[in-house]
Design a protein around this ligand. Structure first.
Ligand code: ZN
Length: 119
């Protein structure tokens, strides 16, 4: 194996693999193997550094809390989203079709005091 410069390591392997005859077979195989080893090492380093950053900034902890909040909110919505039965004896309410304002009482045929739309 001859001395490998950065250009040979990073580009020579791929170039030799793509274009046959541009390098000696043994040299190109060495360069490809070295490139793969470097790529694998860089990937392992990335994984280790990623885990370190996630631990330091407590990303996983925050993610767990966010998921818990989401699940609890979903459960709350499931309970609160059900149509509530109107209390007995409560006066009916009229909802404006235009601005969605809720007016107490049955105001059918009258006009919304907010937007003026016919209720
Ligand atoms: Zn209105």
């Amino acid at each position: 194996m001859k001395q490998l410069g950065w250009r040979t390591i990073m580009g020579g392997g791929a170039l030799a693999a793509l274009v046959p005859g541009t390098a000696h077979a043994a040299d190109s195989q060495d360069a490809v193997a070295l490139g793969l080893v470097l790529l694998g090492g860089a990937f392992l380093l990335f994984l280790v550094m990623r885990e370190l950053m996630c631990w330091y900034w407590k990303v996983n902890e925050g993610l767990g809390l966010l998921r818990e909040i989401r699940d609890r909110l979903g459960a709350l919505e499931a309970v609160a989203g059900r149509p509530a039965a109107a209390p007995r004896g409560a006066p009916p309410a009229t909802t404006c079709p235009k601005c969605a304002a809720v007016h107490p009482g049955d105001l059918a045929g009258q006009f919304c005091d907010r937007c003026g739309a016919k209720l």
